[in-house]
Design a protein around this ligand. Structure first.
Ligand code: GRG
Length: 314
């Protein structure tokens, strides 16, 4: 895949920024998990295990970047962005269950249900949803817009997690298994299962910065296209990547008869579509008049792992 717009200086800038933001997010995440530990139960150990197992923290990074691009520079954006990682971690725990994708490894470690059992993993996933919303309410308590902000952020997050988002996409994914499906169905799955949480990330960043509705909508659309490109690349990596690079089993989509972009559009067609989404994201950002180097480059950085045959880690 041609590396669009990314020169060595851009790559160095992105690497530096991602590393710094990841470190800050890890720090806040560690604090949140320590503070939310109440009973020291097995459920708490189970969800903390998955949340701590690593991960690229892309959704929090995007939320923080969106809020910074719009002038919000306080620490609260890091705290609030954790709610996205908690919901994402819940979706991974449930997605790995035998009744779902049936995966043994995630983030380079045994999956939650392999370590804690299926029942505990199921409950731990649900507990993370509650924790995410409670965390938003707690973190906004001293903010000047307090309850109003909490309502906006949790509304966005839950909408992206519900039937109109993650859950709807997962259901469509299950129903599509081992059936011949068309491009429209695969787009529906990708848009809901994956892109919706990316859209919520940038929309939540804009909300925190106090942006007007039109700008929030534009930021959500930007995130949706980034998420779409991300899922197409994920489909490609499932076929071309390695366990060592990705920390999870590969070649599983084809084995389960899943509808994927490469199956429908071939590798080059899939790369073209991913590039199209990255360009759309860039155009939407430019249309808002917000000049932000990180957000401008991020959609193209997402494409990079699918540019090498080995499928490197992001
Ligand atoms: C209620 C059972 C039940 C499920 C509903 C499971 C579920 C919710 C949704 C599935 C969502 C899902 C797992 C989508 C896949 C998205 C994806 C490519 C995840 C991997 O994201 P990365 O690469 O992961 O950002 P890391 O590990 O880096 O955080």
């Amino acid at each position: 895949m041609a590396i669009l717009h990314l020169g060595p200086a851009d790559l160095a800038f992105l690497d530096r920024r991602m590393k710094r933001e990841r470190e800050k997010i890890e720090e806040h995440l560690g604090r949140l998990l320590r503070q939310s530990k109440s009973t020291g139960s097995r459920i708490e150990s189970a969800y903390a295990y998955t949340v701590r197992a690593g991960g690229k923290r892309l959704r929090p990074i995007l939320m923080v970047a969106a809020s910074k691009a719009l002038g919000e520079r306080s620490e609260i954006s890091y705290r609030l962005s954790l709610s996205l990682e908690l919901i994402h971690s819940y979706s991974l725990i449930h997605d790995d269950l035998p009744e779902m994708d049936d995966d043994d490894m995630r983030r380079g470690k045994p999956t939650c249900h392999k370590v804690f059992g299926e029942g505990i993993a199921m409950i731990a996933g649900v507990a993370l949803i509650g924790l995410a919303v409670r965390h938003i309410i707690r973190s906004t308590r001293r903010h000047r817009s307090g309850m109003e902000l909490a309502k906006l952020l949790s509304g966005e997050l839950l909408a992206a997690s519900g039937v109109g988002g993650l859950i709807g996409g997962q259901a469509a994914d299950i129903l599509a298994e081992a059936r011949k499906v068309d491009g429209k169905t695969v787009d529906y799955i990708h848009r809901h299962k994956t892109a919706s949480l990316f859209g919520a990330s940038t929309a939540m960043g804009a909300m925190l910065a106090g942006a007007p509705r039109m700008r929030i909508d534009a930021f959500r659309r930007y995130g949706l296209h980034v998420g779409f490109a991300f899922q197409i690349v994920d489909d490609i990596l499932d076929e071309t990547g390695s366990f060592e690079a990705l920390g999870k089993r590969v070649n599983k989509d084809a084995a389960r008869g899943k509808a994927t972009y490469p199956a429908l559009h071939g590798f080059e067609g899939s790369r073209r579509k991913a590039r199209w989404h990255a360009r759309r994201a860039e155009r939407i950002l430019l249309g808002t008049g917000v000049d932000d180097r990180f957000l401008r480059l991020f959609p193209f950085w997402i494409l990079l792992p699918a540019s090498s045959p080995g499928g490197s880690a992001r």
